[in-house]
Design a protein around this ligand. Structure first.
Ligand code: ATP
Length: 628
């Protein structure tokens, strides 16, 4: 081996760590800091709630006359739970001072120091060079150095580490906070809340006092609001009073009475509809009409969702077969239509999303965010006619996969028009059918390899448990098809490709290999056999241009009948999410440029991961938490 080759070999072994260091320097600083802030935020909220829960537990285990805890402490517990009940997000611990302190301590400080030093060095070198060639008095270097240092420092303030927009986005982004709350705190909160309202604790006079104080305050606040509302709407028409808690038993007047009566007579062909009236429950964002009409079967309500929406001019949220277990049909109506457009940045906080490793946000319905848990429902399809917003839906899901450190792999047979750039961030992409076949084959091999690994380790259920037990870092893989029909056109590799896809669809869940398929026109041919289709249970279906396509995608005509024929961009019917079946959602909008920018901000942490091979090149992730 010549000397040059030896040197080159030595140097090449240096490159990966240098590359990794540069990637860390460029991409991870803010990410890590934000994750840390969120972690601290959640942890302190958790501690708070746990303290409250333990205290309530203590009280519950004592006879009520032996409770000698000061009233102030009990007030604190009751208020804490009431506050979390009203606003579902962690509270004060994320104050500006804390975040700022964190921000100042870590990378920002380091970066600013670097700028300052470079400014200083620059000034010294310049004055020295000037001194060499001219009779520039050298003692001037000191004020010049100070000025240049200051200049660089100001530059870094503007271009460097931006913390405030993050705080603003985190505190303003209520939905994301709610999601964080739901993922991390809801269980402990519910336990504490249930305990607080248990029969045992209601006997404790101190708790009663605290509860009364809170409800009194609420009442006062309510009456104040009412009086302000009255002054504002003095001239408006009187509104029927449905305030009595959350239901009305007024059988003569209920909201949308005329519309309902028309629906009952014209669609359900009932006579004398004035004698039937629903019980009305107001649930905040939605309202339920509970109908007790034995002659109308549940399926007739379900079949007529589109008509109900047309008569009431409001979207149906869900039809309950047995509302509250009282054997009657409950038609839940959203009070407001879905927003015309919601922007990705306002709904999805990528830093919060990184904390929820099993699910991604797909969109919002009338009650809030709708998520897809890909560990439970491993494969998905996004379909819709041209302009339905499939790409947008894919973009927001893919960005979330990426931030959760999973490994999306792309098959873009339009020659890489949509996803070609992902290569720049180190993600695999196939742009020809042959390459696609290779990718699909190696994904299927990966399923087998992982199956083997799980068997060897005796880990029965899934790859997440395997990772936890062995300390391995096997990423969840997502094979994303941009337009599936292009892959399933007749060609010689189709049969082999489809059999690999079937294997992934059947065995991918426990092995962490997923399919996400986008297509314009779902058909028998383009979606393959029924058993393949039935394994793809997450459905996100936009407007379809025919009843038949909707039938294939959803098993009913909803995507053709229920979704409007104009202005349908971003509206989807979803299945396999945490929302009720066939929920109508709006997908957040993100344009191509923003998607590209956000995607390229983050480099593939699993670069070099060899699919289907036993030996893997693992990028060892550094634990930079110690900077705190
Ligand atoms: N969530 C959304 N909210 C509002 N408008 C949207 C949304 N998604 C998409 N749109 C609008 O619809 C247009 C088409 O969106 P997109 O390219 O995602 O559709 P598509 O279904 O992928 O279409 P094609 O199949 O032709 O590629 C966008 O340019 C945008 O104006």
């Amino acid at each position: 081996m010549s000397i040059i080759q030896k040197v080159r070999k030595q140097l090449s072994s240096l490159f990966p760590p240098i590359k990794r260091f540069l990637a860390w320097w460029r991409y991870d600083d803010q990410e890590r800091l934000r994750n840390k802030v969120i972690e601290i935020w959640i942890r302190s909220a958790q501690e708070e709630l746990l303290r409250a829960h333990h205290l309530l537990n203590d009280i519950a285990n004592k006879p009520f006359y032996e409770v000698d805890i000061p009233q102030g402490t009990i007030d604190w517990v009751v208020r804490l739970i009431a506050r979390y009940e009203a606003v579902k997000r962690p509270y004060t611990p994320l104050d500006r001072r804390l975040a700022l302190r964190l921000g100042m301590q870590a990378p920002a400080l380091r970066r600013r120091l670097l700028w300052l030093l470079s400014g200083f060095a620059f000034a010294v070198i310049t004055t020295f060079i000037l001194g060499l060639f001219t009779d520039f008095p050298l003692f001037h270097w000191f004020p010049i150095a100070i000025l240049t240092g200051l200049f660089f420092y100001i530059v870094c303030l503007y271009t460097g580490y931006k913390l405030f927009p993050f705080i603003r986005s985190l505190t303003a982004d209520h939905t994301a906070c709610e999601h964080l709350f739901h993922a991390n705190l809801s269980q402990i909160f519910q336990q504490a809340n249930a305990l607080l309202h248990s029969r045992n604790l209601k006997k404790v006079p101190q708790i009663n006092t605290a509860l009364h104080a809170i409800s009194y305050q609420k009442l006062q606040r309510g009456s104040m609001q009412e009086s302000t509302n009255n002054t504002v709407t003095k001239e408006s028409k009187p509104v029927p009073d449905f305030k009595s808690q959350n239901q009305t038993l007024n059988h003569h007047y209920y909201p949308m009475k005329q519309a309902w009566e028309r629906f009952l007579t014209e669609v359900l062909h009932l006579k004398d509809v004035s004698t039937v009236s629903p019980i009305h429950h107001d649930l905040g964002q939605t309202e339920v009409f509970i109908w007790d009409i034995p002659s109308v079967a549940f399926t007739r309500w379900e079949e007529n969702i589109t008509r109900i929406e047309a008569y009431l001019k409001k979207p149906v949220f869900f039809i309950h077969r047995d509302y509250d277990g009282i054997g009657t049909v409950g038609v839940e109506i959203a009070k407001q239509p879905l927003p015309k457009e919601i922007h990705f940045q306002n709904v999805i906080n990528l830093h919060a999303v990184a904390q929820m490793p099993e699910s991604v946000i797909v969109g919002v319905n009338s009650k809030g965010m709708v998520t897809w848990n890909y560990r439970k429902i491993p494969h998905g399809i996004v379909a819709g006619t041209t302009g339905a917003g499939k790409s947008t839906a894919l973009y927001s899901i893919i960005l979330q996969f990426q931030r959760q450190n999973h490994l999306p792999m792309f098959i873009d047979l339009k020659g890489g028009v949509s996803f070609g750039f992902v290569e720049d961030a180190g993600y695999p992409i196939a742009t020809t059918k042959e390459a696609a076949l290779e990718l699909v084959k190696s994904a299927a091999q990966e399923v087998e390899r992982r199956e083997q690994l799980l068997k060897e380790w005796g880990v029965s259920p899934d790859i997440a448990v395997y990772n936890e037990m062995t300390g391995a870092n096997l990423p969840e893989l997502f094979v994303v098809f941009d337009e599936f029909a292009q892959f399933t056109d007749k060609w010689q590799g189709l049969e082999e490709g489809m059999s690999c896809l079937k294997a992934i669809a059947a065995k991918g869940r426990s092995n962490g290999v997923h399919l996400l398929i986008a297509t314009q026109r779902p058909s028998q041919e383009s979606l393959g056999s029924t058993d393949f289709r039935s394994n793809i249970s997450f459905r996100c279906i936009g407007r379809m241009d025919s009843q038949a396509s909707s039938q294939i995608a959803l098993g009913n005509g909803a995507a053709f009948e229920r979704l409007p024929s104009t202005d349908y961009a971003g509206l989807f019917i979803v299945r396999g999410t945490d929302a009720p079946m066939d929920s109508l959602i709006k997908v957040p909008f993100i344009n191509d440029m923003d998607f590209r920018r956000l995607f390229l901000e983050y480099r593939n942490p699993h670069e070099g991961y060899k699919l289907g091979h036993r030996a893997m090149l693992k990028l060892k992730s550094c634990d930079y938490n110690d900077i705190f």
